[in-house]
Design a protein around this ligand. Structure first.
Ligand SMILES: [Zn+2]
Length: 169
């Protein structure tokens, strides 16, 4: 695995163990060139998924991007990081099991909303309010960035928009 800090081609595995839910293997790695330490996760992938973006472009499904969106929505909310990982894995599994190899990006947003709705109402409303604008956004990345922009460092709480009546399906 290439070092994300200095781009050295190799890194050494220092420790390898299952995550708490047993759904992944966590490996602690160290770069022999710059000494940086980082962690990688090995997870089951049932099938390759392609995300079809709003502009028609396609990109490989990225579980980490999905987890990042959920993390942003849950920021400063009492949602344990394990729970966030579970949501991301659950959604990934659901999409992988759906039988479609191409996934409309809107479907991912809807899966995230469904998952958040059950876990934390505030996180759900945050995500839903960004998601509504997402229909005008170019792609999921912009929606995620917009979500991040709503929650700058040091913001104790967001002023909450009115809860959306419909999910806009
Ligand atoms: Zn390095």
């Amino acid at each position: 695995m290439r070092c994300p800090f200095c781009a050295n081609d190799d890194s050494q595995v220092k420790d390898s163990r299952p995550t708490e839910d047993g759904g992944a293997i966590r490996r602690r790695r160290q770069c022999p060139a710059c000494g940086a330490r980082f962690t990688t996760f090995e997870r089951v992938q049932l099938r390759e998924l392609t995300v079809v973006k709003k502009n028609g472009k396609r990109e490989a499904f990225d579980r980490e991007k999905l987890a990042r969106s959920i993390r942003l929505a849950c920021r400063k909310r009492p949602v344990p990081s394990d729970r966030i990982e579970q949501m991301a894995s659950g959604i990934a599994r659901q999409l992988e099991s759906s039988g479609d190899s191409e996934i409309d990006v809107r479907r991912i947003g809807e899966c995230i909303m469904d998952a958040l709705h059950e876990v934390d109402e505030v996180a759900y409303i945050r995500f839903a309010s960004v998601y509504k604008n997402f229909h005008e956004a170019d792609d999921f990345v912009k929606a995620v960035d917009a979500l991040g922009g709503l929650l700058p460092d040091g913001t104790p709480e967001l002023p909450l928009p009115a809860p959306p009546k419909a999910r806009g399906r």
